[in-house]
Design a protein around this ligand. Sequence first.
Ligand SMILES: *Cc1c(COP(=O)(O)O)cnc(C)c1O
Length: 220
Amino acid sequence: MAVNITTYNHLINTLPAHVTLLAVSKTKPASSVTALYNLGQRHFAENYVQELVEKQATLPTDIHWHFIGHLQSNKVKYIAPFVYLIHGIDSFKLLQEVNKQAQKNNRIINVLLQLHIAQETTKFGFSPTELHQLVQQNAFVALTHINVCGLMAMASFVDNITQLQQEFSLAQNTFTNIKNAAIFPNFNTLSMGMSADYELAITHGSTMVRIGSSLFGARG
Ligand SMILES: *Cc1c(COP(=O)(O)O)cnc(C)c1O
């Protein structure tokens, strides 16, 4: 299955050193993952639990698998044994379930809290106010098997640069405030930016870009 090697090389050669490239392989066959793996790519992301579980079972074990979809509590158990980073934590209940399943698997699971920045109502996540309230709760102390690594955000699906800049700025400011509050020792990741908007996201502090279609082609 073809991948866009020119785009991959361009990304590898131009992304700043502090930005991690996450290859979003959702809906694409395992052979596409293998093609990029053979070029050295190790971070891949999926947004459906079943698809992630199936790919993980057949592909090399040194792949870092990220979950970037909307995660239902009752499905956490399927990915808990191996998932590297869960991006879309959007409720405290989900966080508690991830902690529980991590404990069962004798692991500490890395998570990102999802911040709602888009004006669209369809995107999940906490508002900045909800997030500030959440992280100040002592409740996190009990979650011994969770490593809160930062935030994930998704901008509106628009071409309007001004609007995108406003949304990315909101994410950057929220990220910086929580980081500076020093509540979480490893709060270093801001997952933000996709094929169409990753360059703008990087100018607003993104440390991890999630690139799908420009690497693997449009999804059907
Ligand atoms: C599909 C997806 C991406 C990748 O989007 P592209 O536009 O194909 O690069 C990034 N983030 C999330 C959460 C996604 O679901």
